[in-house]
Design a protein around this ligand. Structure first.
Ligand code: NAP
Ligand code: 8YV
Length: 313
């Protein structure tokens, strides 16, 4: 029996490539000299797309594949997938929740500590021989600080678990009160921003959270406040963040995600009070392989007529 077609949008983990080869006829979209021609040619047999959280799958792509049944995403964030189109056309979307919680939470804590204790700045200080002339200036601290979680889902809770060990007081902002949680819930973000020392952003991207962190929220956080963003660049109004950092309206930032990745605004590159990472929350061999395996397991389940493991609802 011939295998159904699958469009792979960009290079994914070898584990995905090897895992889906026996299940699908794989068409590598990014390698095609003429992508439109490839899509037109394979459309009659294509039932699946394999993608990641950055490339996603827009309606423009899905529309060209009229027999599409499933999109497997290597990533938990599905803001780059047109879920509205998928729903109305009965296309199943799967993502990779939970398997990446711990590695993303580690990076969130590292960025928070790096920004506050100025770890990259210290590294530069040593390399540039400045330590030979004078000790590095003192830094801010995590002692007696309150961490405001913006989003308190799977990854947020893994971050909070780690933050507890550092003795931080934890509060959170979400749309829904989580009755089983011991922490104070703020229905209004601006009020939480006023009360905390650090804002930790870990909500999904997309229209509902676009520029949730704006100039007012940053102003409320205040001149001794820090922000860490491990969610999506779209959640933070980047020009407002840059302005707040330049004008000393907040103290610093730790950023893993940006509005226009992989481009990072020149202004941020030149600032000494920010710590930058190239969207590496889940970027370990361990976690990327676990994510890849989940992509394969979902596509395999669909292929065998079983319910998929992690559908996006
Ligand atoms: P999750 O379990 O679905 O949690 C999302 C949390 O955000 C929930 O607490 C939710 O609570 C809250 N939320 C959603 N919309 C909100 C809104 N408009 N205002 C305030 N709170 C809102 O998701 P997760 O697995 O923790 O992942 C979160 C996101 O992290 C992903 O979607 C992805 O974008 C990002 N991520 C980044 C990396 C990286 O490498 N940097 C890696 C993995 C994931 P309510 O629904 O009650 O509001
Ligand atoms: C991935 C992520 O790096 O899971 C997510 O939402 O942001 C990261 O784990 C991203 O999906 C790109 O593949």
């Amino acid at each position: 029996m011939s295998k159904p077609g699958l469009v792979m949008v960009g290079p994914l983990m070898p584990r995905v490539v090897e895992g889906i080869a026996p299940l699908f006829e794989v068409h590598r979209l990014w390698e095609a000299a003429d992508q439109e021609a490839l899509l037109a040619k394979v459309a009659p047999t294509v039932r699946a797309i394999a993608t990641d959280g950055t490339r996603g799958a827009g309606a423009d792509l899905m529309r060209k594949l009229p027999h599409l049944a499933i999109v497997g995403c290597q990533g938990v964030g599905v803001d780059a997938i047109d879920l509205g189109y998928a729903r109305t056309h009965d296309v199943i979307v799967t993502n990779t929740p939970d398997v990446l919680n711990d590695d993303v939470a580690d990076i969130a804590i590292v960025l928070m500590l790096s920004a506050i204790r100025r770890i990259p700045q210290g590294d530069r200080y040593v390399r540039e021989g400045k330590w030979l002339k004078a000790p590095m200036p003192l830094t801010d601290t995590l002692r007696n600080r309150t961490l405001g979680m913006v989003g308190f889902g799977r990854i947020g809770k893994a971050i909070a678990k780690r933050a507890e060990a550092f003795g931080l007081k934890i509060v959170y902002h979400t749309r829904t009160l989580q009755i089983d949680q011991p922490y104070v819930h703020y229905p209004r973000l601006i009020e939480m921003a006023r009360d905390v020392d650090i804002l930790m952003v870990i909500v999904p991207g997309g229209a509902a959270t676009r520029h949730l962190i704006n100039a007012h929220v940053l102003e409320a956080l205040g001149p001794s406040g820090y922000i860490v963003n491990v969610a999506r660049g779209s959640v933070v109004d980047e020009p407002a963040l840059i302005k707040a950092l330049q004008e000393g309206k907040i103290a610093g930032a730790g950023l893993d995600v940006f509005e226009n990745e992989p481009s990072v605004p020149e202004a941020l590159l030149g600032m000494d009070n920010v710590v930058l990472a190239p969207h590496v929350g889940s970027a370990t061999h361990h976690t990327r392989n676990a994510m890849a395996q989940l992509v394969v397991d979902n596509l395999k389940a669909w292929r065998e007529g079983r319910p998929v493991l992690t559908p996006v609802k």
